[in-house]
Unconditional design. Sequence first.
Length: 249
Amino acid sequence: LCFTVLSMALDSAVKQRLLPFNPADSDHVERMEQKRPRFGSWTPEQVTTFMAQVAEDRYTAAWRLTFCGLRRSEALGLTWDAVDLDAGTVTIRQSRTARRGKQDDLPRTIVGDPKTDNGERIIPIPPEAVDALRAYRKVQQRERLALGRPLRETDFVVVDEGGRPVSPEWYSAMFREHRDAAGLPAIRLHDARRTAATLLHTEYDVPADAAASYLGHDPVTYHRTYVVGETGHDKVRDALRRMQTGTDG
């Protein structure tokens, strides 16, 4: 990427007649062979093992959302007014991502729109995720009462005991810690989303268009439209429940 950007800059210099030629073009520099990174995913049994590992963790609800295929930025950007516990849905309308540097000795984060246009969506989540969110909300209500202020609907869902949103890097580190403690294959946090996307289609027969819509992917990738995909969300939710609990119940 750095080489490409440098080459583009030098091309611009040539066009402006600041340089007689681009010293980074293929006639002068032999590019290194690019190797695509290999990404992994887990089996349904491995997902169940991870869920057992985090069953008593403070952030169980967040881990369940992660294995529903939410991006890290989507899970950490979720606020309570975007969670409908009665309907069993969450609304993805913003993201919270890491930025370099620190503010007040804490890692900086930026709240913005979802990663893609298709990222904004309302999706049903499995009952286990709803139950975990309901229990987590009660914990936060008690914590805020002790701090002397009520839990606000605009507060972030994934926060520490003091009500502070957790940093994206910390969340990824905790995933690795739980992963290793459970003796599971080494995958990245983002591969939890890859796991959901893979298993929905290959193990649970969810139509590709429904899975794409649910995950906020570009429907063109699945050769269908977003509207058609919405009709399969209930099947996605039921499949996620089976994947996360290891049962068909």
